[in-house]
Design a protein around this ligand. Structure first.
Ligand code: TGC
Ligand code: FAD
Length: 394
């Protein structure tokens, strides 16, 4: 009997264009990302040299229309996320942040002048963006943020003070989407607004966060604002309140729900190949029942994760996907990928901890993915709220 790695595929559910996008993304990531990723991970550097090629592939702002963006549908976009994260969650993170957390709010909440100024540069990879929501004392509860914007006069510029922490891409960002509390003239109720901060503004710095043992091929840093004067034209005019940043997160979490399947596929395929080739007790490891049980578990969970992503992808295409469904997708697929990576690691024995086998890196990365964009627990409570109508947060 000819062994086959997958008993479930979605190929027949895809259009010709979606299939081509998937194949092109896989080919690119295997050719350009796979050979360099381990070294970058070990050195804790990001492969900046690949940014123009990500742009060429349409990975930057891929689901947006116009402004040089690829205009992919949600399923095609998801398939590219699979291939990026099959190589490394940090590489997928770079593209997620640029596309969903920096370009999407400019596209959706910005005015035409802001779109024209930033989106063509960002889709071409000439300008890098980041998203500043989390603070040292505001993680899962972003509504408690302290970053503050003070308007100098009615209709005037703003002065921003505060500190954003754990910000992907901030050390290399040209434009920073920063969420801050401000008070409208004539009101004393603070409201969250989005601002576009630009590198070079006086009082703005983005120190890199060193010492990460996870997501090492992704740059993480702070955004420190000390009396930064931000022109009023740099405020995102079309959204007010916490739903602004949460709306961006819904876009990014959707991509992670697909990307996590890619990480799981990567580790499953390696564990399968390894256990079919390595012999102990005079037979391939894959011939042992306990090993087969692990392989079957990984394989079957991946199939379900892929179907979930596909199903929600088509709902998104029809404009019917809710934030609660996105929480479901992010939560379950990331947990599946993390558990798959840990299992795959065990199947490679001692070699499983070595960089050259590319499994331990996924284990370490997925610990971050489990935590960022809403922790596993926060998504559990968001879904719990949807099921019961009762909020466990407050
Ligand atoms: P709550 O009262 O529930 O909501 C406030 C307003 O927001 C609306 N809303 C959403 N809108 C869009 N998408 C969602 N997912 C939304 N969830 C809520 C809601 O309808 C309401 O609107 P309105 O008009 O009534 O004002 O707010 P809450 O304070 O109770 O908080 C809910 C909670 C805990 C779920 C939320 O705060 C949350 O999601 N916390 C987690 C924070 C988080 O995910 N941070 C991520 C930071 S960015 C990041 O990690 C990037 S990693 C990037 C990478 O490298 O890939
Ligand atoms: P906390 O909120 O302090 O949570 C700690 C623990 O308590 C978690 O297990 C959590 O689930 C649990 N917990 C919290 N509240 C509850 C509750 N009500 N019930 C039960 N359990 C609860 N943020 C950005 O804004 N932009 C970025 O680009 C970005 N990139 C990141 C990159 C990396 C590498 C990392 C690690 C984080 C990044 N983040 C970013 C921040 C990330 O979103 C936060 O780390 C995350 O939201 C959790 O916040 P916290 O770390 O403060 O943990």
């Amino acid at each position: 009997m000819d062994p086959q790695p997958y008993l479930l595929t979605i190929d027949h559910l895809l259009s010709e264009e979606e299939r081509l996008t998937w194949t092109a993304a896989r080919d690119f990531c295997e050719r350009r990302v796979a050979p360099v990723i381990e070294e970058h991970y070990e050195r804790a550097t990001f492969p900046k040299e690949l940014i123009p090629e990500f742009a060429e592939m349409g990975f930057l702002g891929s689901s947006l229309q116009g402004y040089g963006c690829a205009g992919m549908n949600p399923v095609a976009y998801g398939l590219t996320m699979i291939e990026l994260e099959r190589q490394d969650s940090g590489i997928r993170s770079f593209c997620s942040v640029q596309s969903a957390l920096a370009m999407w709010p400019i596209y959706t909440y910005g005015d035409e002048a802001q779109r024209k100024r930033w989106l063509p540069e960002m889709s071409a990879g000439r300008a890098i963006g980041c998203f500043g929501l989390t603070e040292p004392n505001s993680g899962s509860d972003p509504g408690s943020m302290r970053t503050h914007a003070r308007q100098l006069e009615r209709g005037g510029d703003y002065i921003l003070n505060g500190q954003k922490f754990w910000i992907t891409n901030s050390p290399i960002a040209d434009v920073m989407v920063v969420w801050a509390k401000t008070t409208d003239f004539g009101s004393d109720a603070p409201v969250i607004r989005g601002f576009l901060l630009e590198r070079g503004m006086k009082g703005l710095s983005t120190p890199e966060t060193k010492g990460k043992l996870s997501l090492r091929a992704s740059l993480t840093g702070e955004i420190v604002m000390d009396e930064v004067r931000v022109p009023k034209q740099n405020m995102l005019p079309n959204v007010r309140g916490l739903k602004g940043p949460l709306g961006c997160l819904t876009q990014a979490r959707y991509g992670i729900g697909w990307g996590a399947v890619g990480a799981a596929m990567g580790v499953y395929e390696r564990a399968r190949r390894y256990t079919m080739e390595r012999t102990q007790f005079d037979r391939p490891l894959a011939g042992f029942q306990l090993t087969q049980q692990k392989l079957v578990e990984l394989h079957n969970q991946i199939g379900k994760g892929l179907l979930l992503a596909y199903h929600f992808g088509r709902l998104k295409q029809d404009g019917k996907l809710t934030p609660y469904q996105v929480s479901y997708l992010k939560r379950d697929n990331v947990r599946m990928a993390l558990e798959s990576a840990r299992t795959a690691r065990s199947m490679l024995g001692g070699n499983g901890i070595m960089g050259e086998y590319h499994v331990m890196r996924h284990v370490c990365n997925l610990e971050t993915v489990y935590t960022y964009e809403g922790t596993h627990e926060i998504h559990t409570l968001a879904i719990g709220r949807a099921l019961t109508g009762l909020s466990a947060f407050r």
